[in-house]
Design a protein around this ligand. Sequence first.
Ligand code: NAD
Length: 333
Amino acid sequence: MLRFGVLGYGYWGPNIVRNLRALDGCQVVGVCDQSPAARKRVEAAHLGVPTYSDYRDLVASPDVDAIAVITPVWTHYELTKAALENGKHVFVEKPFTSKAAQAQELINLAEQKNLLIMVDHTFLFTGAVRKIQKLVNDGTLGKLYYYDSTRVNLGLFQHDCNVIWDLAPHDLSIMNHILDREPEAISATGQAHLNSHEDIAFITAYFPDNVIAHINVNWMSPVKVRTTLIGGEKKMLVWNDLEADEKLKIYDKGVEVKSQEGVYNLLVSYRSGDMWAPQVEQVEALRLELTYFIDCIRNCQKPSNDGVAGLRVVQMLEAATESLRQRGTLVYL
Ligand SMILES: NC(=O)c1ccc[n+]([C@@H]2O[C@H](COP(=O)([O-])OP(=O)(O)OC[C@H]3O[C@@H](n4cnc5c(N)ncnc54)[C@H](O)[C@@H]3O)[C@@H](O)[C@H]2O)c1
């Protein structure tokens, strides 16, 4: 039985506690939140689960094997470090840390202590992303050209970070996973309207082999949009995450250059074939992800969304923020 302590019971923490409590082979032995109101909510929802006001008491407990860090990003480094120093495996929220140097330090510490870090990049475990991954890996889309995502809505404004740090970690982790190559450079533009934190931003990431990615994140959109286009040589894909059914649509559309001469004269033909919507598995991503975390601990196996994957996202967030300050200058990674 793997015994979990959960730190943070705000918006996202309840999802972690609920999923952990529903899984076989694990147990939640304590939840810590510095807010008395949050601790009251734990007590009401999870009768008999002890609550803590100071995280140090929970991370030091000999009755805990793993710690879930579900607090704001600026606390991740301190809480994760304390958990690792006390010999606990760590499941930590995205983004992993506020600085790349902190993430690297935590990765080194976990390695020294032979402990696992998993960064909660929840989207990687959704039916849609797993299906996209399969379509890329089995060659259905062909050589990839671009990844273009729009993740916009009205609010929820964060007081401690800009829209890039809030919304882009999802897209950065998804595209790193799907494109399976390291980005070379990033450029970002954006603007703050209400306080010092940018509420709208456009990020461009350059990958090897002419693959380009673009992410549009915005807290000031009148409508919620969660749409990603992935263009390949053979097929093009549209992922609308707000669709209940048919989240993915694959288009047999593309451009074909008939001859070598055609390249110069633009003698191209457009392919416009069928569209189909593949089946997407409907399972709660967090449940799958936490099951994977438990399996990784049991089998001493490094997760694909480990500290290194989390660090790559933080490096990209830092590069995007640096570029944003310089109004879009290209920042090499
Ligand atoms: N994976 C996802 O899809 C997803 C979704 C939402 C949020 N998140 C991430 O989850 C994390 C938490 O976000 P949230 O929206 O739940 O924030 P939140 O502000 O709603 O909740 C954070 C909670 O942590 C508590 N807390 C803060 N510092 C603490 C400390 N030192 N000790 C104990 N408790 C402490 C606060 O009292 C609060 O109740 C963030 O990193 C966020 O990016 C991830």
